[in-house]
Design a protein around this ligand. Structure first.
Ligand code: BGC
Length: 760
């Protein structure tokens, strides 16, 4: 027996040596080999340090087109780059800059492995589309995909080949500033949007020069930060994890996403970055993900502050063993991993696995064949701000607007003979509409509301800012300062409003009030804006409230008093043009809310797909023992899926029938108004009894239909086991036959209802 084992070992060693020597002889630059083969060949040539180098990502550390750094951190990073100890850089942008770093990696390092260049291309590069939450309000998957592909086109022209997007974190708490970066509160919608965005960025062929690698982030649970405070602890149960948080990540994999980013938060006691369950068991195990995982910024070293790692070396050990393949800016891998391997604390096989994943993506991008393929000066000049990118951004902006309220058809505005007062400092702001994720967009490049309106010349426009919102010039890093006292402009605003036929008040949040690190406990109109609104209302109640914001706001007063409310988020470069077209009815709004708008911040977290509880209703008049608040309703002010049009739709003839492998649903939708319009037809189900309780409503289908006046369209859906089942608490997908309710309509609230028995 011993002999047999020895024989097998010798044979295995021979095979390894043989394949090693074959790989040494083969050339990783040989294009006739597959990406996988080329990766194997290259890996066999690499030292341990070079392999670890691939797992190291540095931030753009000096102006590479300037003098070489000779001391300090930048000098060390420069040396690492020349040694081949850097696999990727982020925040290096522009053809000249990217070419310069790439040249060092390719021409000065021993093996010449090219860098993958990452950047937060979240909703555009220099030309911005609406913030992702706004785009989600379009429910228009084709437009969202196009928006991502335009972002990829512009970014790829400036040397970037990897975006840290889409953020697919589900978020139920509007206090969390990063809700602006996701697709809102719903898993079904969020999964469809995740898929569309990945396809938009990556296309079907990564080797093309206009497609870039996407990154599904933040794995996992980042959107469930306690109390909506960014980076805060996350503690969620298995059911929420599998049914709510995971599906958009799975959809990203279905779309072929090549990278994942882990997360700052701890999940049930273990930081996501060092979480083996998430990265090895689920992502690379159960889901078979073959791309690579990058840490979030410094999240490996942050495991020390979390109280999980003793020091940087320990953090590197935990992260590498847990499946974090690339270290963003912790310096943990480049400084510590080689020793950890030598000490036997991290197996070299894991380093090989991580480096293989990273190298393979570089081969697929075509970087080995042409490391400068994204560094074409002419292309850069031609594509930055290209008309077709601007056009797509305008189209997306119009589709993202949501009409929340429109009493007495105050909107659309008449095009002639009106005196319109425009009030609010945001009306003239050309930077705020760019949002907070706009590192490459230049200040003042958005079209303001005033500029948009000025293109319609049939009315007289008078403007008064009313009051400042922000003090000083806000930026990406520093805390914004809000004006809470200066009301000197109120009287001018009132005088301007008094004389007008209609008042357009542009209020809300500055673009730098949402985003990373920008959580709020009060989500009403910030500063003195609520007071301004109430003062102007006293002199002229004929107000259209145009909202600019990066999260749901509490708008109870406005809802009670203001006749028309238009949700315009931060709409990007073309903001003012899109808003003007909608105000004047040249574009009929069709957006629907991707997040519930609460009545009161105390209701948060608030979401339409809540559980019923054992005490959902009032047991008898005035009895307190049911799940409610004493001082506020349970329901949202504007529910998920809500959004009006300048026309109206009617739903009838709901037909539900069993079919071969599921349930068929048909509904007639009719335009009963006077204008052509689009409606998002939404289908929800409720699994009435299940081994794991199911939400009172779950979105399971939607379709965007365009209807001329009086036109009727039959919309069909099929519900299969995929829509009718759920994950149990062991993470297994389960389908339980039984009674289901089914709801169809234009929001999660306004619906017609039936039920069916699913036989399985
Ligand atoms: C964010 C990530 C982002 C990264 C790189 C982090 O602070 O959480 O989403 O991609 O920075 O800029």
């Amino acid at each position: 027996m011993k002999k047999i084992i020895m024989g097998i070992s010798i044979f295995a060693a021979l095979i390894t040596m043989l394949s090693f020597s074959i790989n040494i002889e083969k050339d990783h630059m040989d294009k006739s080999l597959s990406a996988k083969e080329r990766t194997e060949v290259l890996l066999a040539k690499m030292t341990l340090e070079e392999k670890i180098g691939q797992m190291n990502q540095y931030n753009g550390f000096w102006n590479v087109t300037g003098p070489t750094p000779i001391q300090g951190d930048a000098a060390k990073k420069y040396k690492d780059l020349r040694k081949g100890y850097v696999g990727s850089m982020l925040n290096v942008r522009g053809v000249d800059e990217v070419r310069a770093v790439q040249k060092i990696a390719v021409e000065e390092s021993r093996l010449g492995v090219p860098l993958i260049i990452g950047f937060d291309v979240i909703h555009g590069y220099e030309t911005l589309s609406p913030i992702p939450l706004a785009e989600a309000a379009s429910w228009d998957l084709e437009a969202i995909k196009t928006s991502a592909s335009m972002a990829a086109l512009e970014a790829s022209a400036v040397g970037i080949n990897w975006t840290f997007a889409p953020m697919v974190d589900i978020a139920r708490d509007a206090r969390w500033g990063r809700v602006m970066e996701g697709a809102g509160e719903d898993t079904f919608l969020g999964s469809k949007i995740a898929y569309a965005r990945v396809k938009g960025f990556q296309g079907d062929d990564l080797s093309k020069d206009h497609t870039i690698v996407a990154c599904a982030k933040h794995f996992a649970g980042y959107g469930f930060a306690e109390a909506g405070r960014d980076y805060n602890t996350v503690d969620v149960g298995t059911s929420t994890l599998y049914n709510i948080i995971f599906p958009p990540f799975q959809a990203s994999i279905d779309a072929g996403v090549k990278t994942f980013m882990n997360s700052f938060n701890e999940l049930n006691g273990v930081p996501a970055t060092g979480n083996k369950f998430l990265q090895r068991d689920i992502l690379k195990g159960k889901w078979n993900f073959d791309g690579f995982v990058v840490s979030d910024w410094g999240s490996i070293s942050e495991m020390i502050e979390h109280g999980h790692a003793m020091d940087l070396k320990h953090a590197a050990e935990i992260a590498a063993n847990a499946g974090s393949d690339m270290d963003m800016e912790s310096n943990a891998y480049v400084d510590e991993l080689a020793n950890l391997v030598r000490e036997g604390k991290v197996e070299e096989a894991l380093i090989d696995d991580a480096a293989t994943r990273i190298l393979q993506v570089k081969f697929e991008l075509g970087l080995f064949d042409d490391p400068y393929k994204y560094c074409n000066k002419e292309r850069e000049e031609k594509l930055l701000g290209h008309q077709k990118i601007q056009k797509a951004s305008l189209d997306m902006a119009k589709k993202s607007i949501v009409l929340l309220k429109n009493e007495n058809s105050l909107l659309p505005l008449k095009k002639k003979g009106q005196h319109i007062a425009v009030i609010g400092v945001l009306a003239s702001d050309k930077t705020s509409p760019l949002g907070s994720w706009r590192i490459a967009a230049k200040d003042g490049t958005a079209v303001s509301v005033l500029e948009g309106l000025s293109q319609y010349d049939g009315n007289k426009i008078s403007y008064s800012k009313g009051a400042d919102l922000i003090l000083g010039t806000p930026d990406f890093i520093t805390e914004v300062k809000i004006n809470t006292t200066d009301k000197k402009g109120f009287s001018d605003a009132k005088k301007t409003a008094e004389r007008a036929d209609v008042v357009i008040m542009v209020l809300g949040e500055h673009g730098f009030q949402s985003g990373e690190g920008r959580s709020r406990t009060d989500i009403g109109l910030p500063g003195v804006q609520q007071e301004l609104l109430e003062e102007v209302y006293k002199v002229n109640p004929n107000i259209v409230l145009v909202l600019n914001n990066g999260r749901p706001l509490t708008l109870s007063w406005a809802d009670r008093h203001i006749p028309a409310i238009l949700e315009c988020w931060q709409l990007g470069t073309q903001s003012g043009n899109a808003i003007a077209e909608v105000l004047y009815g040249d574009y009929n709004p069709s957006g629907k809310l991707p997040m519930s708008f609460p009545r009161n911040v105390g209701q948060l977290p608030l979401y339409y797909n809540y559980k019923n509880t054992g005490r959902p209703t009032l047991p008898a008049p005035d009895v307190v023992f049911w799940s409610h608040y004493q001082d506020e309703k349970n329901s949202a002010l504007y529910p998920f899926g809500h959004g009006l049009s300048y026309t109206q739709f009617e739903y009838e003839n709901l037909v539900v029938k069993p079919k071969a492998n599921g349930i068929s649903v048909k509904i007639d939708v009719k335009n009963i108004g006077k204008l052509t319009g689009k409606e998002v037809v939404q289908l929800y189900i409720r699994d009435v009894h299940a081994s794991i309780t199911r939400p009172v409503k779950e979105l399971k289908g939607f379709e965007l239909v365009s209807l001329a006046p009086n036109e009727v369209k039959t919309v069909s859906f099929t519900l299969t086991e995929k829509e009718l089942g759920f994950y149990n608490n062991n993470g297994a997908f389960t389908v339980e036959p039984g009674l289901f309710r089914l709801f169809v309509g234009g929001s999660s609230k306004t619906v017609i209802e039936t039920s069916f028995d699913f036989k399985g």
